[in-house]
Design a protein around this ligand. Structure first.
Ligand SMILES: Nc1nc2c(ncn2[C@@H]2O[C@H](COP(=O)(O)OP(=O)(O)O)[C@@H](O)[C@H]2O)c(=O)[nH]1
Ligand SMILES: [Mg+2]
Length: 234
């Protein structure tokens, strides 16, 4: 089990504690800070405040008789903050790669984010998250199929669970972190998967398992992100 720090308590009534660091990466304005604030404080604020460098917030959740302390590291998305990437990637058990479902270019950038973060830390569980599901269905009622299909191919190559979410409408926010815990601690999750194109995808059973033991020749790594065209339509 990589990158988790645990403290066992021998005092009755004091729970064991495990620290789990989660790194959020992705282009500017995809919704990293919003996701972190929503998950930790249950607040969604439409005002955009640019994140400078790295922010972090903590949230405690209970897993059986253990307190899990999530430290969520939120990286500024501007390219000039790429040198801060080690702060979000190194030491994280989970790296959440985020793109905006209304801006296909932000999905294309995941290739770079993944390459760089994976180079710094190949034992973290990757999770691919498409944000602003509410906005993406506003005009069309369904998220455009091509971005869903491309994102699914990326998830396959990254061996990453994939989740579409909306911070504004509270869709799948808690589930992202439940999936993270399930993958780190090898737990069985009973949350139903959502695999239909156009729906808010939630696919996790086959991806992100045994990340450390994943070899380059693994059957999961069937595609290449390089060969995957991403529509540039906005
Ligand atoms: N409609 C909608 N807007 C969102 C959502 N998530 C983030 N935003 C907005 O997108 C903008 C950028 O979000 P922010 O969290 O600052 O992005 P960051 O640069 O990746 O940290 C802000 O104006 C947010 O209010 C969402 O799920 N739905
Ligand atoms: Mg931010």
């Amino acid at each position: 089990m990589a990158n988790v720090r645990s403290r066992h308590s021998s005092i009755p009534g004091i729970k064991n504690q495990i620290d789990v660091q989660v790194g959020l990466v992705g282009d500017a304005q995809v919704g990293k800070t919003s996701l972190m604030v929503k998950y930790v404080q249950n607040i969604f604020d439409e005002e955009y405040t640019q994140t400078l460098g790295v922010n972090f917030l903590k949230r405690k959740v209970n897993l059986r008789s253990t307190d899990i302390i999530f430290s969520i590291m939120d990286l500024g998305g501007q390219k000039e903050f790429i040198n801060m990437l080690p702060l979000a990637a190194v030491g994280s058990s989970v790296i959440i790669f985020m793109f905006d479902l209304t801006r296909p270019k932000t999905l294309q950038s995941i290739k770079d984010w993944f390459r760089q973060a994976h180079g710094l830390n190949d034992s973290a569980v990757p999770i691919l998250v498409g944000t602003k599901y509410d906005l993406s269905i506003e005009t069309d009622e369904r998220v455009p199929g091509n971005i869903s299909c491309t994102a699914m191919r990326y998830a396959q190559v990254m061996n990453a669970p994939i989740v579409f979410c909306s911070t504004a409408k509270s869709i799948h926010i808690q589930k992202i972190f439940k999936i993270a815990l399930a993958k780190i601690f090898n737990l069985t999750l009973t949350v139903p998967e959502i695999e239909s194109i156009g729906d808010p995808l939630l696919i996790y059973r086959d991806f992100g398992n045994n990340v450390k033991r994943q070899s380059k020749s693994s059957p999961k790594r069937t595609g290449s992100m390089e060969r995957t065209p991403v529509s540039s339509q906005q």
